[in-house]
Write a protein that binds this ligand. Structure first.
Ligand code: ADP
Length: 165
């Protein structure tokens, strides 16, 4: 059984994430989406909400499950018998950090990292940009799954119109 993990914070899951998860699900017997718990970081959505949205949007994939990790991803891999970490690479700016992580994870536990190039439709897309644009009332409907879009609209107050002079 070839198992892969797609780790991240998914605050919230975007169509860029989903594209990588879907493509990984065609390559591996099982794909575990691992949501980082890391309580110290400030998030828009709670861990439970992020997990719930992921479960909802990956429900159509028969071999994708959603789980959590707290601590080192290589420990999660060892416990769950996952052999491969799958990461999406958007631009050269992702590369430096991802290379360090991949080499560290291989050194720590012999876990391989496979990089998948992003779908060019989503190469500019990140959760933080989606939140920023949505905060100011920008349209992010084509960038996140419908269920996430709904929650973003609920969570973020509508921007106030500019005061008239
Ligand atoms: P983190 O907060 O740990 O950086 P994210 O939840 O933002 O995690 O993203 C998790 C992973 O998903 C990234 O490391 C990257 O591999 C992948 N990813 C994120 N956005 C995209 C995108 N637009 N296209 C392809 N891969 C992406």
């Amino acid at each position: 059984m070839r198992r892969a993990v797609c780790p991240g914070s998914f605050d919230p899951v975007t169509l860029g994430h989903l594209d990588i998860i879907g493509r990984a699900s065609l390559l591996y017997d099982e794909v575990v989406v691992a949501v980082g718990v890391n309580a110290s970081k400030k998030r828009l959505f709670s861990f439970e909400e992020r997990t719930e949205m992921l479960r909802e949007v990956t429900a159509g994939y028969g071999n994708v499950t959603v789980d959590s990790f707290d601590g080192l991803i290589v420990d999660f891999c060892r416990q769950r018998e996952v052999q491969v970490i799958v990461k999406g690479l958007r631009a050269i700016s992702d590369f430096d950090y991802e290379l360090q992580m991949a080499q560290m994870n291989h050194g720590l536990a012999g876990i391989e990292t496979m990089f998948m190039t992003t779908n060019p439709l989503y190469s500019f897309l990140s959760s933080s940009l989606v939140k920023e644009v949505a905060t100011y009332g920008g349209d992010v409907a084509g960038l996140v799954p419908e269920a996430v879009h709904r929650r973003l609209l609920e969570r973020l107050p509508a921007p106030r119109p500019l005061a008239q002079p």
